[in-house]
Design a protein around this ligand. Structure first.
Ligand SMILES: Cc1cc2nc3c(=O)[nH]c(=O)nc-3n(C[C@H](O)[C@H](O)[C@H](O)COP(=O)(O)OP(=O)(O)OC[C@H]3O[C@@H](n4cnc5c(N)ncnc54)[C@H](O)[C@@H]3O)c2cc1C
Length: 282
């Protein structure tokens, strides 16, 4: 139960949703777009979030669409992780989203909610970072389409009132060879179907344009794709062990140390995952 009252809106268009957000803000009300609600509800229960209003975006048809057009796949932000998995349109995203929480929760969690989540793992971002997806964003000024590299730095840098409508993925990335690995603290490696657990390390890597592209979650306190790590992975004539040593040295922040895993163990897992990426994609 949420221990306070709030207003609930369910607009039918994106324009209605962003206008509503602006109107509520103008009246001094703090609103939240509501996807699956898994995080909003948990945070409200814990008194960590007090929205005056939620704007449920699941009734907006455009946000509930899969569409393949002009060489790109569009996935609406209100699609749940289960729907994405069942569609099997972008296998790498299926894997990244398919190991978040358990099946029942994945029936609720939306792509937009995972990308905009306050909890830092945001594992679906890994597939989008390595495939250089474009994000479609609407606010009261209109719609914009931005490459993920421009707007995802540690988290999705949306402006107040921005609604994530969905993502575009280039068709050539949909079937590209990939490696997707996750290890949780219960010792699970690979592709757990129904295990609840935040990652010790989670990685998505893809071979595109004859190069390895890789993104990581769990390693630092934010998910990242690092061009410097990729440069090391893609050096020719460097032994695999040396690539791993150099790649770990250039990750963009300190290795995270928390109750899920010590930094030392994370580094150990990271190195073994890097070895597997190189073995399978080099
Ligand atoms: C038991 C459990 C285990 C989990 N394990 C993992 C894990 O291992 N890895 C992982 O990555 N995640 C994990 N998660 C998921 C994650 O932590 C969030 O709960 C989830 O991603 C939120 O998705 P949602 O659709 O429910 O978002 P909501 O709760 O609806 O929203 C979350 C935030 O995103 C904003 N938002 C939602 N949609 C949009 C949009 N279209 N545009 C703009 N803003 C938007 C909301 O305003 C809110 O601030 C787990 C969750 C649970 C409950």
């Amino acid at each position: 139960m949420i221990p306070f009252d709030f207003e609930y809106y369910r607009p039918e268009t994106a324009t209605e949703a962003v206008t509503l957000y602006t109107d509520l803000a103008g009246r001094g009300k703090n609103a939240r777009y509501f996807g699956g609600g898994t995080e909003i509800i948990s945070f409200c229960r814990l008194y960590q979030l007090y929205p005056h209003a939620v704007i449920d975006i699941k009734g907006i048809p455009e946000l509930n669409t899969f569409e393949q057009k002009n060489g790109k796949l569009f996935i609406g932000a209100a699609k749940t992780l289960s729907q994405i998995q069942e569609s099997n349109l972008f296998p790498l995203l299926n894997y990244c989203g398919g190991r978040v929480a358990d099946h029942t929760i994945r029936n609720k969690i939306t792509l937009g909610g995972n990308l905009c989540a306050m909890i830092p793992y945001r594992e679906t971002s890994l597939a989008l970072l390595v495939s250089e997806a474009e994000l479609v964003i609407q606010n009261r000024k209109g719609k914009k389409i931005l490459p993920i590299s421009e707007i995802f730095h540690e988290s999705l840098r949306l402006e107040d009132g921005d609604l994530l409508m969905g993502v575009h993925i280039r068709e050539e990335c949909l079937g590209a060879p990939f490696v997707c690995l996750k290890k949780t603290s219960d010792g699970n490696v690979g592709y757990p179907q129904d295990r609840v657990g935040y990652p010790v390390v989670s990685v998505a890597a893809m071979r595109a344009d004859n190069k390895i592209q890789a993104a990581f979650s769990g390693v630092c306190i934010f998910p990242f794709r690092s061009r410097t790590v990729e440069e090391v992975f893609n050096k020719s004539n460097l032994p695999r062990e040396e690539k791993i040593r150099q790649a770990v040295e250039v990750i963009p922040a300190a290795i995270h140390d928390d109750m899920i895993s010590s930094a030392g163990y994370r580094e150990f897992v990271l190195k073994s995952m890097m070895a597997e990426i190189l073995e399978r994609l080099e």
